[in-house]
Design a protein around this ligand. Structure first.
Ligand SMILES: Nc1nc2c(c(=O)[nH]1)N[C@H]1C(S)=C(S)[C@@H](COP(=O)(O)O)O[C@H]1N2
Ligand SMILES: [Mo]
Length: 348
């Protein structure tokens, strides 16, 4: 694992080593804003409050007895690939490994909300984590805050959101949110709140720090830049090997491999270019499509016959026909990095 922060545990997967559909838990990236909270499963409770018919309080043992579901979900941090942006931007300087694919087991969020009974005027559910701390850079509220995000109640994604207590068939580790974390399939990782203690059903749009200041971006509405929370993962292919600056032997066939994912659709195709985007060739998609999970792919490249510097690229197209852009949209600032990223290699 590559460590990205000496103070709070933040580390990423060395993406070049990608070789399995499921990311082993020990290799799954970690994104933490605050030190780990102290959790005692005996006394831990999750409450459901706000615009509900009856507030609900659930303990760990009780939650684990409710009807459960298991889903395979690829989670990518909205800042993944940030270190490859020029000019440099603020934030954790992730390379390619702030992404992973795991199975998650838990109770559908919807089932818990139904149990509490959502009042007719409710529009969002706020999900609060136990972890807390002080924001360092302004604009910031005074004092400590908890990591908190909300989900709109009318978004179709709500029916797939899971309150998970297990990851890859084992009890969730503290680092990944023990005892309970939200998993929002198809959305960037910031929505999947760890160490969940409180669900607040609300009749007003939520504008917490991690909703409207951080993990938000500019979207043009009638031409006006408007602040909106980051949600759906954009369609993207990422090259594992060759790595940036890798040396490829002359006159030798070589393999290009990686993964591709999309928050809304399945991956329809991945195309490869070994000539800086002049010509594109289809990669082979491995395995079967799994909704909300990435698709591994591989491409057997013909040998280079002349030494020199080359640029390889991969671009994904999803089943609704959307292909990754070649250029970055500047409105996205330091988040949602989904344009085609060139990988320079040397052939000798
Ligand atoms: N409570 C809490 N939940 C959180 C975070 C956090 O710092 N605190 N980080 C979020 C972000 S930005 C990401 S990308 C994912 C990372 O999940 P992981 O550490 O299990 O990989 O958790 C999200 N949920
Ligand atoms: Mo993230």
């Amino acid at each position: 694992m590559i460590v990205r922060d000496p103070e709070v545990e933040n580390r990423e997967y060395p993406f070049a080593t990608l070789n399995s559909f499921i990311t082993p838990t020990a290799e799954f990236y970690l994104r933490n804003h605050y030190p780990y909270p102290t959790i005692d499963a005996q006394t831990w409770r999750m409450t459901v409050e706000g615009r509900v018919e009856q507030p609900v309080v659930l303990g760990y043992a009780e939650l684990r007895q409710l009807p459960a579901e298991t889903i395979t979900v690829t989670m990518e941090c909205a800042g993944n690939n940030r270190s490859l942006l020029t000019p440099k931007t603020e934030g954790m300087q992730w390379a390619q490994g702030a992404v992973g694919n795991a199975t998650w087991t838990g109770v559908p969020l919807q089932a818990i909300l139904t149990r509490a009974g959502v009042q007719p005027d409710a529009i969002e559910v706020i999900v609060e984590g136990t972890d807390k701390g002080e924001i360092k850079e302004p604009p910031k509220p005074d004092g400590e805050i908890h990591y908190t995000r909300s989900l709109p109640l009318d978004d179709p994604i709500l029916t797939n959101a899971l309150l998970a207590y297990a990851m890859n068939g084992e009890a969730l580790s503290l680092a990944h949110g023990y005892p309970l974390r939200l998993i929002v399939p198809g959305w960037y990782g910031m929505a999947s709140v760890k160490w969940v203690t409180r669900l607040i059903v609300t009749a007003k749009p939520f504008h917490g720090y991690y909703q409207s200041i951080d993990y938000a971006l500019w979207e043009r509405v009638d031409g006006i830049p408007t602040r909106v929370p980051i949600t759906t993962m954009q369609t993207k292919a990422s090259i594992a090997r060759p790595e940036c600056q890798e040396e490829i032997p002359l006159h030798t066939p070589f393999c290009i491999n990686g993964a591709a994912w999309s928050g809304t659709d399945e991956i329809a195709k991945v195309e490869i270019s070994v000539d800086a985007g002049q010509s594109w060739h289809p990669a082979q998609l491995l395995g079967e499509p799994v909704r909300y999970a990435w698709r591994l792919w591989t491409y057997n490249a013909p040998p280079f016959t002349r030494p020199g510097f080359y640029t390889i690229m991969a671009r994904a197209t999803d089943t609704s026909g959307c292909t990754q852009a070649m250029q970055r949209q500047p409105d996205r600032e330091n988040y949602v990095i989904s344009h085609v990223i060139p990988v320079p290699i040397t052939v000798q």
